[in-house]
Design a protein around this ligand. Structure first.
Ligand SMILES: [Zn+2]
Length: 329
């Protein structure tokens, strides 16, 4: 009798829990999505070739990993999906899986965003698996203020950890590299002390160096050492995250899909247009079961990331009851 009770208790635990190893709602499958704002593809590759981005090089060249440069931002030219290559629409597409014709975000003001109908992917994970553990870490506040909070139903929070480091806009984001460290440290702490099913970790300094905001000599170019150094700095943060992930007690029983990408490229000290340098970005994927051929041989849109996440976790998002009018953030 006693044995039966213990067995039943364990059964109910493993069916609804966010434990380590395989003890989660997705048979051990988990997501780590790292976002590096404004990181041009050729500059990332230059950093790798010069030995300045060894962590991302290792991930992309390992047997379980790949780097594709056939990944694009900005929607489909000449159609209603066409969107500016700036952060608002870019991160919204990466986190919701749709372009501007659906999400409604035209720029970094987020006016007209339709997040109730086209929500942050973690809201959908939480709807399907209420006991899952979803977390997000960012030092660009709109990621949480608009995309995450705008996706909430009423005030119902779907993020178990929502860490926002706020850089000083008055000082032209000069403290952005420090904020990236705070983001890294909180994300590492969560990997060490919690059992996250899905994590999004955003780093902002690469874009700020591209704009010449943190240092006026910066620009979006593989030949600009300040810009490439910022990529190198963030690469070391990626390394810390991967070390924390591999150091998890039951890492051997966990099946992590690691995704690393950017929202847009850049040209000179800006971005937003339709040039190859702004639209053609990159994606690093690391995991046990990758659609390798498809990713390496076919152009993949930013909107393909969210479906890849659902596929990895083995979930079907619940259908959204469409709000009659556009929801303003
Ligand atoms: Zn920018």
């Amino acid at each position: 009798m006693k044995t039966t009770l213990v067995f039943l208790f364990m059964l109910s635990c493993s069916a609804f829990s966010h434990g380590p190893g395989k003890d989660n709602d997705f048979a051990g499958k988990r997501i780590l999505f790292i976002g590096i704002d404004g990181c041009r593809a050729d500059a990332l590759v230059a950093a790798m070739e010069r030995g300045l981005a060894p962590q991302m090089k290792m991930l992309s060249e390992s047997a379980d990993g790949l780097l594709t440069r056939q990944f694009y931002a900005g929607g489909e030219l000449g159609t209603p999906t066409h969107q500016p290559t700036v952060s608002g629409p870019g991160w919204t597409s990466l986190l919701t899986g749709v372009w501007m014709d659906k999400h409604g975000v035209k720029d970094n003001r987020f006016i007209g965003g339709r997040f109730q109908n086209h929500s942050h992917f973690m809201r959908h994970i939480k709807e399907v698996a209420p006991s899952s553990f979803c977390s997000s870490f960012a030092d660009w506040p709109p990621i949480h203020d608009y995309i995450a909070d705008g996706s909430r139903v009423g005030s119902k929070e779907f993020l178990d950890v929502k860490f926002t480091a706020v850089p000083d806009a008055k000082r032209h984001f000069i403290d952005n590299p420090e904020k990236d460290i705070e983001v890294r440290d909180e994300a590492v702490k969560t990997l060490r002390t919690q059992n996250p099913d899905a994590m999004f970790v955003y780093f902002g300094q690469v874009d700020e160096f591209g704009h010449g905001a943190t240092d006026s000599r910066g620009s979006f170019s593989p030949d600009n050492s300040l810009y490439v150094n910022a990529i190198s700095h963030v690469d070391s943060h990626v390394g810390e995250l991967i070390r924390a992930l591999r150091g998890r007690k039951e890492f051997i029983n966990e099946n992590w899909l690691v995704l690393i990408t950017t929202d847009h490229g850049g040209r000179g000290t800006g971005h937003g247009g339709d040039s190859d340098e702004e639209r053609n970005i990159w994606l690093i994927v690391h995991g046990r079961e990758l659609p390798r051929e498809e990713l390496l041989n076919k152009a993949t849109p930013q909107t393909a990331l969210v479906p890849m996440i659902y596929k990895h976790l083995g979930i079907q998002p619940k259908p959204v009851i469409l709000a009659p009018s556009d929801q303003k953030p």
